[in-house]
Design a binder for this molecule. Structure first.
Ligand SMILES: Nc1ncnc2c1ncn2[C@@H]1O[C@H](COP(=O)(O)OP(=O)(O)O)[C@@H](O)[C@H]1O
Ligand SMILES: [Mg+2]
Length: 214
């Protein structure tokens, strides 16, 4: 099982949006995938409950299943949606269980300040230092080539982590959240611009673990 941890201590930074869409992409590639919803707010659990049965299946790892044995699920992929404020032992444990880490980041001064400390801690993790745990930042709600994007790019450049993709601010994500959908479940006419923006991100994921059909 390959585990992607989605983490940023700031609430509203885009963790659930990223987790649900990464899972939706993998499911669309016919991968056996589940979301491990570690957030007490249970946003991705609720998203899964709204997900139409006809869409590619995504499993849920809840607290019960986590206590038992998630391995019994025979999953190829686990996407961990983490709570706001993740730090200390809980953060270290989450990093230990991950094969890849994605950090969503919105271009606000507050979010960048909160993320600075977090990225500093992540950079000090043994697996990250040894180069065994790839960490990538995803710019959320920002268009490349805007001033906000430049500021965010400069901020990320002060760390050793790559800025993998820019995902624009659009109602498409808001509607997906409401409908239990990912952008990959939508028709081309509605989501083509977003699929384009996801390409470097899905490529980065696939670079570190085989995804059939990519
Ligand atoms: N690219 C985007 N465009 C528009 N709205 C977005 C985008 N990314 C996230 N959102 C919205 O921002 C809010 C916070 O995102 P969410 O993924 O729930 O953050 P977190 O899980 O980190 O708290 C949600 O209402 C979500 O629908
Ligand atoms: Mg969330």
């Amino acid at each position: 099982m390959h585990t992607i941890l989605i983490a940023n201590p700031k609430g509203g930074s885009g963790k659930t949006t990223l987790a649900t869409n990464v899972a939706g992409w993998l499911a669309g590639k016919r991968q056996r995938v589940a979301i491990d919803d570690r957030d007490p707010q249970q946003s991705s659990t609720q998203w899964l409950e709204r997900r139409p049965a006809l869409f590619p299946a995504i499993g849920l790892i809840d607290a019960d299943l986590r206590r038992k044995d998630a391995k019994a699920l025979d999953l190829a992929w686990r996407v961990i949606d983490s709570p706001a404020g993740l730090h200390g032992d809980e953060l270290r444990e989450s990093l230990k269980s991950a094969d890849q880490v994605l950090v969503p980041l919105t271009p606000s001064a507050y979010d960048m300040a909160a993320t600075q400390r977090f990225l500093g801690v992540v950079a000090e993790a043994k697996s990250v230092k040894q180069g065994n745990l790839p960490v990538g930042v995803v710019a959320m709600r920002v268009d490349a080539r805007t001033q906000s994007a430049v500021e965010l790019d400069d901020f990320v450049a002060s760390f050793d982590f790559p800025l993998i993709a820019h995902l624009r601010q659009t109602q498409v994500y808001v509607h997906c959240a409401r409908d239990g959908a990912s952008v990959f479940d939508l028709p081309r006419s509605r989501a083509e611009a977003d699929w384009e923006q996801w390409k470097p991100l899905t490529r980065w994921i696939a670079k570190h673990a085989p995804v059939r059909g990519v």
